[in-house]
Design a protein. Structure first.
Lengths: 72, 254
């Protein structure tokens, strides 16, 4: 097994087929990368949303407690 | 009971906790295999006698098309399991499979179009293989769109499962399209029953890429399902413990 091209310039040119080959690989790997990074991003989003909800609930509870503590 | 594992498999919590440890290994395997396969296919595999260097697109086109089809089976079968046994997790797998399948079908169509230009002289022809792949893309998009059309998750799940099951009729058509109709698309390169029409020096890098795509598919399907599980089990105690607890440790990538 050996490298099929004389040099890097010829490797990139691929005898005129370079643009077709390289755009295919670029788009494919961009799509695959997007599939891979989506879940962690979405997870962080869910995490923030959950924390926001919990803060709201906590504040509501505090307001309720303060009202109860107020003298009539 | 012997069926206990089956019911446990249906539990979103069990799935979530079980699969966390697999992800880094699947990610590692797919990155390594796809890197080796790409370098091998792009630089070291011999040039094709008829198509020259443009044939090197095969190393991503064929694996993407393989997984686009296999992914449809996975989506339809998990939809069926969800309908029959009312398994929550199964519906989550079905919903996670739709965007991944759509992305892979898009990749297969896009690389095919770009490959078509230097080989056939055109980006697009309305022939059987290409048109049936386009229908596959619309089926995937249909499942995604249908899921968003319902406000109740349970209704959306059932509707998506039905659409996915009806759409399976397209899969054998795609497989057989190159044999049934006269088409520009070349017949299958790899055959299970007969010897393949491809030289080993080109076949091994292709096999590496196919295995790499399978690993990547498993990895993304599991991780997309996991986030869907978190989203759907939102109100349960274990999810609420799971989410803030991990941020305290300073990372999401477990």
């Amino acid at each position: 097994m050996q490298f099929q091209f004389e040099n890097i310039a010829e490797f990139l040119a691929m005898q005129g087929h370079g643009p077709y080959v390289w755009i295919s690989y670029a788009v494919t790997f961009a799509v695959l990368a997007a599939l891979a990074v989506y879940p962690p991003l979405r997870r962080r989003q869910l995490q923030r949303e959950l924390q926001r909800q919990q803060r709201i609930q906590q504040r509501r509870r505090q307001v309720k407690q303060n009202k109860m503590a107020e003298p009539a | 009971m012997t069926w206990q594992w089956f019911h446990r498999l249906g539990s979103p919590r069990w799935f979530y906790q079980k699969t966390g440890a697999w992800l880094p290994w699947l990610a590692l395997a797919s990155v390594v295999l796809l890197t080796i396969g790409s370098v091998w296919g792009l630089g070291f595999a011999p040039q094709d006698a008829k198509q020259g260097n443009s044939y090197r697109i095969i190393y991503i086109h064929v694996p993407a098309a393989f997984l686009a089809l296999a992914g449809y089976y996975i989506m339809a079968i998990s939809g069926a399991i969800g309908l029959i046994w009312k398994m929550k997790l199964s519906f989550a797998v079905m919903r996670a499979a739709a965007p991944i399948g759509a992305a892979l079908t898009f990749v297969a169509l896009f690389t095919g179009a770009v490959w078509g230009k230097p080989t056939w002289g055109t980006y697009w022809v309305w022939d059987a293989r290409i048109t049936s792949m386009l229908i596959l893309l619309f089926l995937y998009i249909g499942v995604i769109a249908l899921a968003r059309a319902f406000s109740r998750e349970q209704v959306a799940d059932k509707a998506c499962a039905l659409l996915a099951l009806v759409g399976t009729v397209n899969i054998p058509i795609i497989y057989k399209s190159v044999d049934w109709w006269f088409t520009l698309h070349q017949p299958a390169t790899i055959k299970l029953t007969q010897s393949s029409s491809i030289d080993p020096s080109m076949f091994y890098p292709l096999l590496t890429m196919i295995v790499g795509f399978y690993c990547l598919y498993a990895w993304t399907l599991i991780s997309h399902t996991r986030t869907l599980v978190l989203q759907r089990e939102w109100r349960t105690q274990w999810v609420q413990q799971e989410l803030p607890g991990e941020e305290a440790q300073g990372g999401e990538g477990k």
